[in-house]
Design a protein around this ligand. Structure first.
Ligand SMILES: Cc1cc2nc3c(=O)[nH]c(=O)nc-3n(C[C@H](O)[C@H](O)[C@H](O)COP(=O)(O)OP(=O)(O)OC[C@H]3O[C@@H](n4cnc5c(N)ncnc54)[C@H](O)[C@@H]3O)c2cc1C
Length: 470
């Protein structure tokens, strides 16, 4: 509960209309896109500018009130569930595109801007912002930066981190810092921009960001390769790259995912094959034509049963849109959808897919797998029901074993969705005790009284490692 005198001060800062501690308001912001971590905040506050953010943070600091910054709440790690109460900080008023700088090729935005709105604004000027999380129609840039989100174009163009060049942030003591700049080079001290990217709202509040843009690629083409053998699909991924071709997109969908996506999108995707690769290349026309020809050749040599080049931009767009809808399509099937993002070196994709299928069988749970094969980033997705306690226990064990296997193969517990509350107990598996201690030291120096998104990234107790056969 926020004491009455503090509530009064919040209202003085942001106005009555931007402070909500009603049961309905709190309920709406008690959950995000992650199942099973719902918890009530004490209030929901929507500042109108950075000065109000500073005043609020100082008030929270004085009164030790947790702050949970929230964009659109689409994260998949319970990163915005207010598990320790406090205030949810919304950026619905701070959603402006402040500048598109065509000389320096940058765009400067407030954190609440919707990713797709910004992408469309810069594309109208012939500029390109590559990071394209499938949630881009609703996610915000503030959320993308704090999760260091990836997308379908990550293989060739990298992830959000690779485009953030300057940040304005309010620290937990109310100080404002500016990091980086519209600069191609900058080695002045520690790289605080990179430290803040992916920090999941635990180090400070981003109030402005400058992002790098690049020229729009001239053209693009899309291929759909069908396989009856998952290993053949995985081999194609490695072979394409071994042929020194880096496609824009190299996505994998297994048969159960294909079936569900086709039921949802109805665009004529094949459902009688074990796996498909969806591959896009962009760039100058002659390069795209050459690469697409070579990619088709590699897939055919690696036993693809069919390789089709999309015949029109509309068809290519429909294929990409269908892939982007995979999670939403799967989520319609059962009351609870748990999606993970175990990531391995891309040479281990076949081993990881096989391991996921064996683990699903062992624990008798239904797991569909799709993901960014070119990045080694898979999304094993379990369709379940949180009311079925016996099944949920088995699902948890299955995912623990999947994390363990990913680490054993040289991978990580999360490639793009972040740690949040959900994966905090497993972070030590990836970093070891010393790694956690180093991160904790950074957290403590920024936020000694732990008011910024407490309970995220660092777990009270780490899980014991499970032993998995090699
Ligand atoms: C259908 C679906 C598809 C998805 N596809 C992808 C995908 O392809 N790739 C991918 O990487 N992710 C994907 N995600 C996950 C999610 O959309 C991303 O993590 C996204 O970046 C979250 O944006 P958001 O605005 O919803 O942020 P939120 O979920 O609201 O917040 C995310 C994190 O950022 C922090 N935060 C937000 N704003 C600020 C701020 N201004 N200052 C400090 N901290 C802040 C929050 O505290 C939280 O820790 C998907 C999710 C869904 C539901």
């Amino acid at each position: 509960m926020i004491p009455e005198n503090v509530k009064h001060k919040f209202i003085q800062i942001v106005g009555t209309e931007n402070y909500d501690d009603s049961n309905t308001g709190r309920l709406v912001y008690s959950y995000d896109a992650t199942p099973q971590f719902q918890s009530m905040p004490d209030a929901v506050v929507s500042p109108r500018n950075k000065h109000e953010v500073v005043e609020m943070v100082k008030l929270c600091n004085e009164n030790k009130i947790p702050i949970v910054p929230r964009g659109s709440g689409t994260n998949l790690c319970a990163g915005t569930c207010p598990t320790e109460g406090g205030i949810v900080l919304l950026f619905k008023h701070m959603n402006q595109i402040l500048e598109v700088d065509e000389e320096n090729l940058t765009v400067t935005v407030q954190p609440g801007v919707i990713t797709l709105d910004m992408i469309q604004t810069v594309e109208a000027k012939g500029l390109f912002y590559p990071p394209d999380p499938s949630s881009m129609k609703i996610s915000t840039i503030g959320g993308n930066i704090n999760e260091n989100s990836g997308g379908l174009r990550g293989l060739k163009y990298g992830v959000t981190r690779d485009y953030v060049i300057a940040l304005e942030a309010v620290l937990p003591n109310g100080d404002i810092i500016r990091t980086g700049g519209k600069l191609a080079k900058d080695v002045a001290g520690y790289d605080l921009t990179r430290l803040l990217v992916g920090s999941e709202g635990t180090l400070g509040i981003i109030t402005e960001a400058t992002l790098k843009l690049i020229p729009m690629p001239e053209t693009k083409k899309t291929i759909l390769a069908l396989y009856q053998d998952i290993e053949a699909a995985a081999r194609s991924v490695s072979k394409i790259i071994a042929n020194k071709i880096i496609p824009t997109t190299l996505e994998f969908l297994d048969q159960p995912t294909l079936q569900v996506v086709e039921d949802f999108a109805q665009i004529g995707l094949p459902t009688n094959v074990q796996a498909v690769l969806l591959i896009e290349q962009d760039g100058p026309e002659e390069v795209v034509d050459r690469d697409i020809k070579k990619i088709a050749e590699v897939c055919t040599n690696e036993e693809a049963i069919s390789v089709q080049v999309a015949q029109s931009e509309e068809h290519a767009m429909a294929l990409m849109t269908a892939r982007r809808s995979a999670l939403s399509a799967l989520a319609r099937l059962k009351p609870t959808t748990i999606l993970e993002d175990a990531t391995v070196p891309r040479s281990e994709i076949a081993n990881m897919v096989n391991a996921i299928n064996q683990i699903a069988e062992k624990y008798e749970v239904k797991i569909c797998t799709f993901g960014h094969a070119g990045d080694g980033n898979l999304h094993p997705t379990c369709l379940t029901d949180s009311r079925n306690h016996d099944e949920i226990e088995r699902v948890e064990k299955a995912f623990e074993e999947i994390f363990q296997k990913a680490i054993q193969l040289g991978g990580t517990i999360t490639g793009e969705h972040g740690v949040g509350v959900m994966k905090a107990p497993y972070l030590e598996w990836k970093l070891g005790e010393a790694g956690i201690a180093a991160m904790k030291a950074i957290k403590d120096s920024f936020d000694p009284i732990n008011i910024m998104n407490p309970g995220k990234v660092f777990a009270k107790d780490s899980k014991k490692r499970v032993v998995v056969a090699k």
